[in-house]
Design a protein around this ligand. Structure first.
Ligand SMILES: Nc1ncnc2c1ncn2[C@@H]1O[C@H](COP(=O)(O)OP(=O)(O)OP(=O)(O)O)[C@@H](O)[C@H]1O
Length: 322
């Protein structure tokens, strides 16, 4: 666990970037720092690996003050990923990944670097390219591979997916979550994008001006029970829609399958979208709104149709639960 205890950072020019910050980042989980520009997210992140030294309080990793280790030794256990990946332009992809690990045996280093590139979804054929020959999304993948190279238990990620377009960003987020599902690193991730925070965070810390915490909680808590107007405004007007991602479709009353053609096994033919009872209401609402008929068909585990919902049904259920 990473702990901030009454942490303060005042820069030499007098700016207080972070003041009296108490925060816990659970082991093996993703904690997202989110908030408007200039509210101290990056400063807080960098106090974990001593790129910035606090002027008050302490940052601890598993109880140990980060200042008890020299920065170089500390950073061997902490991967760092930044926006635009920060790759060395004159080094190949493979050499960029190899700048970090101090592994035994030259052959092993290379094969581990190649394995990491594959893990982050880059064909090994890219290993000998230079960063300028890659797309932004591919460069970010190399940045993630490099941060993982020394297999650090902790990862700091500062706006890691912000420099790419929304579609690529979404792909990178999904792949990153899959990877984290296998690796279980303790991650602190900075973003100013509440949607990204909700998708990636196990825990979200909402910062406000001066490094003060407005609220810390699960995405669901933030969306459904914002602590005050600041959080409510930051989370935004469409929080109701985002909140749908946390509610399942099993409360929907199904309509008869009128007009739905089925095969012999009872599986629907020619429908735009199907969902299961465990899917989120957000999935169901998306399906109904994008289908030509305004409906979606619920199926069981074998793909057999069990009923039909109209987008009005989702809206009615929401109105009831509000
Ligand atoms: N080296 C520095 N000297 C003086 N002030 C600084 C320094 N670094 C950051 N600050 C100030 O500290 C405050 C917090 O900055 P920080 O970069 O942590 O914010 P942030 O929340 O990460 O913002 P952004 O989302 O824009 O990156 C800002 O007012 C910033 O101008």
């Amino acid at each position: 666990m990473i702990t901030f205890e009454a942490v303060r950072k005042q820069f030499p020019d007098g700016t207080v970037a972070v003041d009296d910050l108490d925060l816990e980042l659970p082991t093996g989980r993703i904690t997202v720092f989110v908030g408007p520009s200039g509210c101290g997210k990056t400063t807080s992140l960098r106090m974990i690996n001593r790129m910035v030294e606090p002027t008050g309080g302490a940052v601890r990793i598993d109880g140990e003050d980060v200042r008890s280790k020299p920065p170089a030794e500390l950073r061997r256990g902490i991967g760092y990923v930044i926006q635009h990946a920060g790759l060395f332009p004159h080094k190949t992809v493979l050499d960029n990944v190899l700048t970090v690990p101090k592994l035994v045996g030259r052959g092993r280093e290379r094969s581990r670097a190649l394995e990491l590139l594959e893990r982050v979804g880059l064909p090994t054929a890219f290993a000998d390219r230079y960063p300028a020959q890659l797309s932004g999304g591919q460069q970010q993948r190399v940045g993630v591979a490099r941060a993982l190279a020394a297999d650090p238990p902790v990862m700091l990620m500062d706006e890691p997916f912000s420099a790419v377009d929304p579609i690529v960003r979404h792909q990178l987020q999904e792949e990153f979550l899959r990877l984290q599902g296998d690796l279980g690193k303790t991650i602190a991730l900075v973003t100013h994008d509440i949607d990204e925070a909700v998708v990636l965070g196990d825990r979200i810390a909402v910062f406000r001006e001066g490094g003060h915490l407005a609220q810390v909680g699960s995405p669901e808590e933030l969306l459904t029970r914002p602590a005050d107007d600041f959080v409510r405004n930051f989370v935004g007007r469409d929080r109701g829609y985002r909140g749908l991602g946390f509610r399942t479709a099993d409360g929907l009353v199904l309509r008869p399958l009128d007009g739905v053609r089925l095969d012999e096994a009872g599986r629907p033919l020619d429908v735009d979208g199907t969902f299961r009872a465990g899917d989120s209401l957000r999935v169901v609402l998306d399906l109904t709104l994008t289908s030509r008929t305004g409906t979606a068909v619920q199926v069981d585990g074998d793909g057999r149709a069990t009923g039909l919902v109209h987008h009005h049904d989702v809206a009615d259920l929401l109105a009831e639960r509000r």
